[in-house]
Design a protein around this ligand. Structure first.
Ligand code: UGA
Length: 443
């Protein structure tokens, strides 16, 4: 089968490469010529484990190609995925649909033959209907243009695995159409369906909303455990043990109950805000009041981390040398969008600390956002003569650090574990003072 994928960011490039890996002929399309020129030669313009080799293999085999030309894309296939970004609007909670509308407005007028547009981006519920109407008005083929929504649930860092072995496939369809969209999508996903991936066929609104609701639930889980962490501290309880106890109840589950600096990235924070904004527009804002709290608990974590750093430095970080390990919003990613680690590092610098930072993958992206931090070339260098070491992204190479070796370079053996990812006993045995939010260690 042939298909195109509009948008070649984390989502689009992964989707295009994975569809090619499933055996289809795929063309990725983007308005950014610098991205396309990298992708064309098999180079992934961001860090995503496992994607580079897969993309290269499919480019080399000729199954995967890239272009900036909409005309070329329309001639190539009649199944078009749209995977562009829907970031938060500047100064507002709502999602910015500019990229999505721009794809539709450029693509639809070129559609002279029956075609299917499939949205993969996370959008406010109701967007697919709006897009369908808009596209049909612009498309010469009119009613023979079908729209479906097939939201993507992949995580950065596990994007390939999540696309090729997803927990579920969701296909939202408009009522009263020919069924062509469903046929094409079943064909393109056939190998996954054969592997017994559950497939849910539903309406457009349910498909769109299912994605926003899933992210809202995940964000709620994280903020719930972080709220409990705030109670653990004065009560002298241990939020890590507590999460393990909760997690053993299969109705609750252990995942997304790791307390720490909270969630960041290009998805969870903006998606809960967009969902609140959309609920308001639909007259249902009361239904999602809790998400406002989820958001503010989450943002409070960054403030609390800075407070913990002040506490570790005897009341103020002014003049302190602080090592920050981690800049990405999470491990296995180079993404620093809304990164809790970077925002804490920035705040510490604002308060007068000399911050030396290291991240295994996100250095270039971090430098673009915060050029004034001191960028070290490895963890050891970042920790040189540090008054405290803050681990703010849960990279495994930080978990594996040898506390005895690191002790030889720091000024004070104080470690702040912002992600509850270090083995407390190992660090304490090596003479470190170990501090973390939500653990009975704050002394
Ligand atoms: C998230 C969802 O998990 C995906 O299912 C979804 O497809 C994606 O958004 C999206 O909408 O595109 P992602 O943003 O890659 O994926 O990151 P997550 O793995 O969900 O982590 C989000 C944040 O929560 C990270 O900052 C992470 O460090 C934090 N987190 C996660 C915690 O603080 N505690 C946890 O227990 C888990």
């Amino acid at each position: 089968m042939r298909c195109t994928v509009f948008g070649t960011g984390y989502l689009g490039a992964t989707h295009a490469a994975c569809m090619a890996e499933l055996g289809h002929e795929v063309m990725g399309v983007d308005v950014d010529p610098s991205k396309i020129s990298k992708l064309e030669v098999g180079e992934v313009p961001f860090y995503e484990p496992g994607l580079q080799d897969m993309l290269q293999r499919n480019v080399d085999s000729g199954r995967l190609s890239f272009s900036t030309s909409y005309e070329e894309a329309v001639g190539f296939a009649d199944l078009h995925f749209i995977a562009v970004g829907t970031p938060q609007r500047r100064g507002e909670y709502a999602a910015d649909l500019t990229q999505l509308l721009s794809v539709v407005d450029r693509l639809a007028p070129l559609l002279t033959e029956p075609a299917v547009l499939v949205g993969k981006s996370t959008v406010p519920v109701g967007t697919a209907e709006m897009i369908a109407e808009r596209a049909r008005k612009l498309a010469p083929v009119g009613g023979a243009l079908e729209i479906a929504w097939s939201p993507e649930f992949l995580r950065e860092g596990f994007a390939v695995q999540d696309t090729l072995t997803p927990d579920r496939l969701v296909i939202g369809l408009a009522s009263g159409l020919s069924g062509r969209a469903e046929d094409l999508l079943r064909k393109v996903y056939q190998k996954l369906i054969d592997e017994e991936v559950p497939i849910i066929i539903t309406d457009l609104a349910t498909a769109e909303l299912s994605k926003s609701a899933a992210n809202a639930f995940l964000a709620t889980k994280i903020s719930f455990i972080n709220a409990i962490s705030e109670i653990c501290e004065p009560a002298g309880a241990n939020v890590s043990d507590l999460a393990n106890i909760l997690g053993l109840d299969p109705r609750i589950g252990r995942s997304f109950l790791t307390s720490g600096l909270g969630f960041g990235g290009g998805c969870l924070p903006k998606d809960i805000r967009a969902l609140m904004a959309r609920a308001g527009e639909l007259g249902a804002s009361e239904a999602l009041h809790s998400l406002r709290e989820v958001d503010s608990i989450n943002m409070r974590r960054r403030t609390k981390m800075v407070e913990l750093a002040r506490h570790a430095c005897g009341g103020s970080v002014l003049g302190a040398r602080l090592a920050v390990l981690g800049a990405a919003f999470k491990a296995r990613s180079d993404d620093v969008r809304d990164s809790p680690a970077l925002s804490v590092a920035g705040q510490l610098q604002l308060e007068g600390a000399a911050v030396s930072i290291f991240d295994p993958q996100a250095m270039d992206n971090a430098r673009r956002v915060f050029p004034t931090l001191n960028y070290a070339t490895n963890s050891f260098e970042a920790c040189e003569r540090a008054d405290a070491v803050l681990v703010l992204t849960e990279w495994s190479e930080f978990k594996d650090l040898d506390p005895s070796e690191l002790a030889t370079t720091v000024r004070s053996r104080v470690v702040l574990d912002g992600r509850q990812c270090l083995e407390q006993a190992r660090w304490e045995d090596a003479g470190w003072r170990y501090l973390a939010m939500g653990l009975p260690t704050i002394n």
